[in-house]
Design a protein around this ligand. Structure first.
Ligand SMILES: Nc1ncnc2c1ncn2[C@@H]1O[C@H](COP(=O)(O)OP(=O)(O)OP(=O)(O)O)[C@@H](O)[C@H]1O
Ligand SMILES: [Mg+2]
Length: 318
């Protein structure tokens, strides 16, 4: 990170507890720190109830933090929101449109209210791939089309920062793929996209960087590659004819080996897969399959939170 580069979003030590009538209060965000640099797609990931929407609401001045600091484009939120709101496009939860009006008319109304030129409407419809359905009534739109219209609405002001809260919610795999492509192209075109999702595995392909939330705090953040590397075990699946012989050869050579069913071995902590092949080949054993076991964000998350749970139970037993 360059020393004087100001992050697009900065969150420091933010807490938010919802107080509820006659029910225990709900700690939604619990000491969150977050930094999002300019450009690309930032994945704000975490399971249901981990505090994603609450954080986004705080960034947009829709709810107030109990303590901590939030800023967008270096302006403290919500105090100086008016100065930057013109550069922020947001889609938080399902957007509402007039069902009897066309997609285009809905956007035209929004652009008029915002004092934007009508030209932007066509631009935005084009960007989300809705141009040829723009004259149809919204009530005839599929969920995916409505979601795209919502993104078009957020794009009207050509925002430098686009905040999308679970934009693929309720979509089928084809719809998810469409939105994913759209987000990828927006991120590549210079917009900073802040994308929340509870589907950790679904979005890892579009994100450049991620933060993973658990119970209102960030458990890991960084580039997708770095985050995956924290869990990469260097694990290999090896298929070979004489399993017992291969097992002996590899253990004797100092590899950590385990049987994986009747046909494969698992070798862990291997820095260079070729060493496994070479070791076996020297003894006349030939590998018919060698597959690195890949990790995804989901398993990184599960691993981290299991560690946390294990630490917690270790604390209670000592
Ligand atoms: N208005 C509210 N009043 C009371 N509790 C709330 C309110 N909004 C959210 N919560 C609680 O705060 C916690 C965090 O909710 P939040 O909506 O921020 O999570 P999320 O990560 O967006 O989840 P999801 O993936 O389901 O959208 C949850 O336990 C939720 O029940
Ligand atoms: Mg949410």
């Amino acid at each position: 990170m360059g020393g004087d580069v100001v992050p697009v979003i900065a969150v420091r030590g933010v807490h938010k507890t919802y107080r509820r009538w006659r029910r225990p209060s709900e700690r939604a965000v619990d000491g969150l720190d977050l930094e999002v640099d300019e450009g690309g797609v930032f994945g704000f990931l975490g399971p249901n109830g981990s505090g994603k929407t609450t954080t986004i609401r705080m960034l947009l001045g829709l709810v107030r933090a109990d303590r901590g600091d939030l800023s967008v484009f270096d302006r403290p939120m919500p105090e100086r929101l008016p100065e930057v709101i013109g550069q922020i496009g947001a889609l938080v939860e399902t957007p509402l449109f007039f069902p009897n009006f066309s997609g285009r008319l809905n956007l035209e109304l929004l652009s008029d209210v915002a004092g934007l030129p009508r030209l932007r409407v066509d631009e935005a419809l084009e960007q989300v791939g809705l141009a040829d359905r723009a004259r149809d009534r919204v009530k005839g739109y599929s969920l995916g089309m409505r979601q795209r219209l919502g993104i078009a609405a957020a794009l009207l002001k050509r925002p430098q920062l686009l905040i999308l809260d679970e934009p693929t919610n309720g979509l089928d795999p084809a719809g998810i793929r469409e939105i994913r492509e759209l987000i990828r192209s927006l991120g590549a075109s210079g917009t900073t996209v802040f994308l929340s999702s509870h589907l950790l595995g679904e979005v890892e392909q579009v994100c450049d960087r991620v933060a993973i939330l658990s119970h209102g705090r960030c458990v890991v953040t960084g580039s997708v590659a770095d985050v995956l590397a924290t869990r990469s075990t260097g694990e290999l699946r090896v298929r070979v004819g004489d399993l017992a012989a291969a097992y002996d050869v590899l253990s004797a050579a100092g590899f950590r080996v385990a049987r994986d069913g009747d046909t494969r071995l698992t070798v862990t902590a291997v820095a260079e897969p070729a060493t496994v092949t070479a070791t076996l080949a020297e003894r006349g054993l030939y590998v018919s399959e060698l597959t690195p076991v890949t990790v995804d964000l989901e398993s990184v998350f599960l691993g981290l939170t299991q560690d946390e749970a294990a630490d917690a139970s270790a604390e209670t037993t000592t």
